[in-house]
Design a protein around this ligand. Structure first.
Ligand code: GAL
Length: 581
């Protein structure tokens, strides 16, 4: 069930104002539930509190790369291109969380809201009331005190800066997956990518010209590495920071290139971002619909305005008509913290929105705009920022960070919040680094090698074409299985890739395994040859070794990636060549 309550006077520019129509029913919050909240508005904006139990675990808040259970943490939901700490910064911050106690909460805001996931409220007691604490305790290690995050009488506190009110949605459901599924339906249902999008992606070096791109394509085919999508990085345009969206001299014969790549069975995807260079054909048309700041001397179009979306999309559509199948929308996360190249939070957009709000809505608005540009051609694209209520957009998140564990945590976490994430493979430190990363990415929402800064295929450094081919063939074989998982995402909201705790409450402490479709994946880190694997109760079969495993802990040694399906649920498998249409 989903219950809504309006506290105070909510703002105009909130995610629900721009989201697709919900596919889930929302009921008015019963008074018995509403009275558990406290609400006030002060100089710091909205302050909301809600009681937490001593053992309430808290998951979600978007693409968090550091931790699963946020209980006890202060999560500041700032959109940030380089989220390298556990403060809540994220490419895709989402003010939605679920708990292990059958409830979750979505706070409808495009502000950098702060969630204190467990603070002790002053109940106004007198010293004499504290009998329970009368005996002095000796704590010889203050760390133990800090670690005790589960006091009685703790509350969740939410601060929504500048706002005078907020809509709160309270979700109830038996398991975490039921809560998440409802949130995804509330967001309009999950996306369903075309089959080719479920295959493998390779992004070419940004310095390449059209001949080098073609050579790369031919070499991928010659090595029989299954690949459906070829990405062109910045160099396809005349200007890139900001963007002209015009083919550069290096791609003089781009139409011939697109034609040839199509014949070879590749779909082409173009890198861009929406900071608009003065030489872009749409510059003047977008001028009245842009913010009062430039980024890289380019306009920041207010994509919340239908006019701006139309103008931007119409130009991108000319690229689609030439044979483009998708986009990689870069830099839309902005970064106040690494170089400060983005627009300030106080930027003013013609719609009346401010920069802080636009940071939070830019991913979803950008995705909507590019969906318009695609017309009726289905896409499975990339984007570096996203926000709330985004499940229906066929866009996958990626990052410039590269720590293996962070990438794995992203895979485990993204599904709590209606997001898709690719732990993309770039250049690698060793053969093992490459192989382990390829294994992880092949069992993720988007199987992607991003060689934007590498003029050769990363596997050539280690003579590892066979390993890459084998994993990419595995991915291809699993496309029918993945398609079914995505159909379920669209129809029921169950994420295709999700944390174990979603389906198995007893897996609360398993942070480095995840569910892919319904299989369990336990990736092994680079330079390691094995790990401990936890499996839920029942009988499981190793996808690669065919052996039977009971529920519980197993010490596994293998050069493959440990993947298991429940006996009787062997994945349906398909062909392994690339898709031609
Ligand atoms: C970065 C992006 C990389 C690559 C690069 C090209 O911002 O994250 O994947 O596209 O730009 O300049």
């Amino acid at each position: 069930m989903i219950y809504k309550k309006t506290f105070g006077m909510p703002e105009k520019f909130v995610p629900t104002a721009y989201a697709p129509a919900p596919k889930a029913k929302v009921l008015e919050m019963p008074a018995s539930l509403a009275e558990k909240f406290t609400f006030s508005v002060g100089r710091r904006g909205v302050k909301l509190t809600f009681p937490l139990g001593p053992d309430t675990a808290i998951y979600g808040f978007g693409l968090q790369l550091k931790e699963l259970n946020h209980r006890g943490n202060k999560i500041s939901l700032r959109c940030n291109a380089d989220p390298n700490s556990r403060t809540g910064d994220s490419h895709a911050p989402v003010p939605f969380f679920v708990t292990n106690e059958g409830w979750g909460m979505y706070v409808d805001t495009a502000r950098s809201a702060v969630f204190y996931c467990g603070s002790e409220l002053n109940r106004g007691l007198h010293a004499s009331d504290f009998e329970a604490y009368a005996e002095s305790e000796f704590v010889d290690n203050t760390r133990d005190l800090y670690a005790d995050k589960t006091h009685e009488n703790t509350a969740l506190t939410v601060e929504v800066p500048l706002a005078e009110g907020v809509d709160v949605y309270y979700f109830t459901g038996e398991r975490i997956v039921d809560l998440v599924a409802q949130y995804n339906l509330f967001s309009g249902g999950g996306c369903l990518p075309p089959d080719w999008g479920l295959g493998n992606f390779y992004r070419c070096c940004g310095r390449f010209n059209e001949d080098e791109v073609l050579e790369m394509a031919e070499s991928i085919r010659a090595q029989r590495i299954p690949c459906d999508v070829l990405g062109l990085e910045p160099g396809w345009q005349t200007r890139v920071y900001s963007c002209s969206y015009v083919w550069s001299e290096k791609f003089r014969n781009h139409k011939a290139l697109l034609g040839r790549l199509k014949e070879m069975g590749f779909k082409v995807n173009l890198w861009e971002h929406f900071f608009v260079h003065p030489t872009a054909p749409v510059f003047d048309a977008l001028l009245p619909y842009s913010a009062d700041y430039y980024v890289w001397h380019g306009l920041v179009p207010d994509l919340s305005l239908p006019e701006a979306q139309e103008i931007y999309a119409a130009h991108q559509h000319t690229l689609v008509e030439e044979g483009v199948y998708g986009f990689k929308v870069d830099e839309c996360d902005g970064s106040d913290f690494t170089g400060g190249w983005s627009y300030p939070d106080c930027a003013v957009f013609p719609s009346g929105m401010d920069g802080e709000q636009f940071h939070h809505l830019a991913g979803a608005l950008g995705a909507q705009t590019l969906m318009k540009a695609m017309g009726d051609r289905p896409t499975y694209s990339e984007i570096r920022a996203m926000g709330a209520l985004a499940a229906s957009y066929p866009f996958v998140l990626y990052s410039d960070l590269y720590d293996f564990n962070d990438y794995l945590t992203g895979v485990v976490n993204a599904g709590f919040s209606g997001l898709l994430w690719s732990p993309e493979v770039r250049q690698c430190a060793s053969r093992s680094d490459l192989v382990r990363r390829i294994q992880l990415v092949a069992f993720s929402a988007q199987s992607l090698i991003n060689a934007w800064n590498y003029d050769h295929q990363p596997w050539l450094d280690f003579d590892a074409a066979d390993e890459v081919r084998e994993m990419f063939e595995t991915r291809m074989r699993l496309v029918p299985y993945l398609r079914r998982a995505f159909k379920r995402y669209r129809d029921t909201g169950v994420p295709p890739v999700r944390s174990l705790v979603c389906d198995y409450p007893e897996a609360q402490h398993i942070e480095d395994e995840y569910i892919f479709g319904d299989m369990i994946v336990a990736p092994i880190a680079p330079e390691r040859h094995g790990r401990e694997v936890w499996l839920p109760a029942g009988e499981w079969v190793g996808y690669f070794d065919g052996k039977t495993y009971a529920g519980g802990l197993h010490a596994v040694e293998t050069e493959k990636i440990p993947v298991y399906y429940r006996r009787g649920e062997k994945p349906e498998e398909g062909r392994i060549t690339q898709f031609t249409e």
